[in-house]
Write a protein that binds this ligand. Structure first.
Ligand SMILES: Cc1cc2nc3c(=O)[nH]c(=O)nc-3n(C[C@H](O)[C@H](O)[C@H](O)COP(=O)(O)OP(=O)(O)OC[C@H]3O[C@@H](n4cnc5c(N)ncnc54)[C@H](O)[C@@H]3O)c2cc1C
Ligand code: FES
Length: 251
């Protein structure tokens, strides 16, 4: 992990409230899928950096995509080409598929779609990637040109206004017998991860979930992001995660 003074090269809307921000860190970015970064918001009033998944890393350029939620992301959305932002990266453990795991199922919902894009990009040429991606509605659908790089993909919406009318876990479950994966990676809202955790509970297939917790330091020092493991121990989502084995974490 290193601190960079990153130079913004683009900041543009993907949907009404999701922004894609690209910046240059001045050297080749070496990151694993599912890792994240902690970025200053460009507004001194926001003392803490904000944690955001690394969506794309191409040479020295990194792209993150974020929903405008509160004051931090609202000010980040105003970044302009040439602005300098302080960024800590790469953070967290990320997803990892072993040599033996050739078929990967990716399940993403809401802003959890963005780390799934990094998995598609990392694995689409070497593995079979089956993606099940959920959005709220048609207006929220984005990055389809990246999702399409999967071996096979299913887009679903909560209201059926685009793709199939179901949620991403249902879509995965409906396809499970036909396309049984060797490993499952997921990121999304807690109810989605809980549903997946419960579906996978009796299956003898590894399943990894990327958690989203409120964060402070992002580097393991403040304990703001602690979660509980099934054995009763605590873990820091920023440092020990954000990716955890579904059988080992309490949601
Ligand atoms: C590992 C990780 C990866 C993430 N990846 C993405 C992503 O790719 N795209 C995306 O849109 N969002 C992502 N988030 C959520 C994003 O960090 C929050 O939406 C953002 O911090 C909200 O900041 P704010 O100032 O706009 O909101 P406010 O609610 O004003 O934030 C106040 C404080 O709470 C913290 N906070 C609030 N919500 C969250 C949250 N959900 N997670 C962590 N800290 C929070 C902020 O960092 C800030 O310190 C990720 C979160 C984590 C932990
Ligand atoms: S955010 Fe400080 S320990 Fe995780």
């Amino acid at each position: 992990m290193k601190e960079y003074q990153a130079i913004v090269t683009a900041c543009k809307p993907l949907t009404a409230n999701v922004q894609a921000l690209t910046f240059d860190i001045g050297e080749r970015a070496v990151v694993r899928p599912g890792q994240f970064l902690n970025i200053s918001t460009g507004n001194e009033m926001n003392l803490l950096r904000r944690p955001i998944a690394i969506c794309k890393a191409e040479g020295s350029e990194i792209t993150v995509c974020f929903q405008i939620k509160g004051s931090g992301t609202a000010s980040l959305a105003k970044a302009k080409r040439g602005d300098v932002l302080s960024v800590l990266l790469p953070l967290g453990n990320g997803f990892y598929a072993s040599e033996r795991e050739k078929k990967i199922a990716l399940i993403g919902g809401g802003v959890g779609v963005f780390p799934m894009i990094s998995c598609i990009r990392a694995y689409c040429e070497k593995k079979q990637v089956y993606s099940y991606i959920g959005f709220r509605n048609k207006d929220a659908v984005c990055m389809e040109e990246e999702i399409e790089k999967s071996t096979q993909y299913t887009i679903v919406t909560d209201d059926g206004s685009y793709g199939l009318h179901k949620n991403a876990v249902q879509a995965f479950a409906d396809d499970f017998e036909r396309n049984t994966p060797d490993v499952v990676f997921a990121c999304g809202p807690t109810p989605m991860l809980k549903a997946l955790q419960s579906f996978m509970a009796e299956k003898n297939i590894p399943c990894y979930l990327s958690l989203e917790e409120r964060m402070g330091c992002g580097i393991g020092a403040c304990l703001v992001c602690v979660c509980t493991l099934t054995g009763g121990e605590h873990a820091r989502v920023c440092k020990d995660g954000p990716v955890f084995n579904a059988k080992e974490v309490l949601l």
